[in-house]
Design a protein around this ligand. Sequence first.
Ligand code: SF4
Length: 244
Amino acid sequence: MIGAPSVLSSIPVVLDDLPLRVDRDEVLRFQGYKKGIDVPTGDVVALFDEALHLGEQLMRPRAVYRALRVDGQGADLIEVAGERLNIPEILRLWGRLEAVGGAICTVGDDIETRVRALFDQREFPLAVMLDSVGSAAVESLAEFVNDLLCQGGLAAGLRVTNRVSPGYAGWDTAEQAALWRLCSGAPIGVTLNSSCFMTPAKTISFLVGIGPEARVDHYFSQCRRCWMRDCAYRRAPAETSIHR
Ligand code: SF4
């Protein structure tokens, strides 16, 4: 069991040897399959199994996390450490915050290197499936870290919100740079270029809100798909899926 970092740690915390749980439905969703509607053939399932086996050997899930005190909040604004994060409706969604936490999660670049090699070898189906395995894996990794923070926060009497990433929910991708000034990916070998593109590409950055009054009205849905099976604060039984 991975121990939760202190959710208020202003010193970057590196999380290594993190578990991955790659959900087949999630992988196929990246390929355009609709759950419950599109049924994969035996060939597709075999290809998924091959790509998953390969991916598990190539991926190295890691994350870095850092928290900072919030200096001010507006309806669509969080002020922290001299940065102004413009996130639509964030006050309504997250409520009053004591701090925010930034996280960068990656499965590394070996999987991308192998995907490129497979394309060069014209092994297109396996290349595409392996790429989707990497995408689903980093998504599940970000969920795991979010869950770890949720559990660690509750143990300290603090609520940790769901995650939000630049480029989603109306948060401008350009603010990726501001998020990185709060929590750099350098300790885990992730870089950010001037176009806000992260390398390795199978990387997710996110922000969470933290505080005793932080709004977490999604606990029931969150708990249902949460990894923390033995969480003492669980509000709803766990389901097997890791879908958001
Ligand atoms: S089970 Fe619920 S309360 Fe516990 S860590 Fe998961 S999301 Fe948070």
